[in-house]
Design a protein around this ligand. Sequence first.
Ligand code: ISC
Length: 371
Amino acid sequence: MTLEDFFTRIETQYTNKLPFVVYRKPRESKLNALLQSTNQLHIINDFTEKGFVFAPFNDAETSVLIPFDGSEFVSSHYELLPVGEISKKNKVLDEKEKVRHIDLVNKAIDAIKNKAFKKVVLSRQELVLVGKTNPLFLFKKLLNTYTSSFNYCWYHPQVGLWLGATPETLVKIEGNQFSIMALAGTQVYQGSLDVAWQNKEIEEQKFVTDFIVDSLKPSVESLTVSDTETVKAGNLVHLKTMISARLKSNSTLKDIICTIHPTPAVCGVPKDIAKQFILKNENYNREFYTGFLGELNFEITTAPRSGKRNIENRAYAITKKSTQLYVNLRCMQLKNDEAIIYVGGGITENSNPESEWEETVSKSLIIKNIL
Ligand SMILES: C=C(O[C@H]1C=CC=C(C(=O)O)[C@@H]1O)C(=O)O
């Protein structure tokens, strides 16, 4: 499908108030869209469903599915789209919001010092008046600006409209082989990946890796942990470790997701106590921010390996189930005439409240730059 036809098809879907998701995976040139034929709200039951999942932060709330069967799946090749200049926004300081966030961070540091928990990720919303904006126009700006993130625009008339460019994979599973990313620690990119990391950032990222490794051990075999490296995401850099393993035959995708979500990259350690602190103290509903989204139980066909032939001497391809889920970060919700931007950061005993505020301001620019 041509790029023009692709976007015309999605515009029609949106005008007809029918659910859809359009997305591009990190460093890929292919754009995909899944377009639901009715406005029904489909819910995930046990993660055996096939389709595109959109899950909230609070795992006690329901996850939404755009089912593959009965929907239209279309793709096109992306090329730079004419959307005008991307403006670099200045940091606008909202003093009241700053005081509120710093108070919240101080409260968490006190709780950590009193041994209530070890780490918590605290977040806030920023509202930007955008008027009547076309979400697909903003999505094209995201595509032009960020090439190494998972970029998406998701819509359901009964749920809302979300856009984002997230740097973080939650889990990728092909057959029974899977990998999980532990991403945390943030600095502003200064032109080089040769970054000196403070103990605070090293510790907050290690919490994520250790939690994933420890909680997965009973369900997996052949577990390997990569070296930790610095990666760039928009105007920021983070610390990243990859954890790979094979699912034991009696473990399911649901087990893995329920065990790891929400990871300490978006929640905290211990998970349940940190989550309660967030729900009680953040003073707003995160909804789908720090939830996850992506392809669930898609089918992929891998090319035949040379030499592998079946009895009729024909090379054969292998079809496997593939799930690729991303953490919903660097995102916004478009509601009425406003863009609601969501930003947060990991708090540990050694956090500096002023720097934690600055970190959320820097993170907000990823989305603000395209508004
Ligand atoms: C919670 C967010 O980021 C997470 C992912 C990477 C780095 C993070 C940090 O440095 O605190 C957070 O754990 C966010 O961007 O809103």
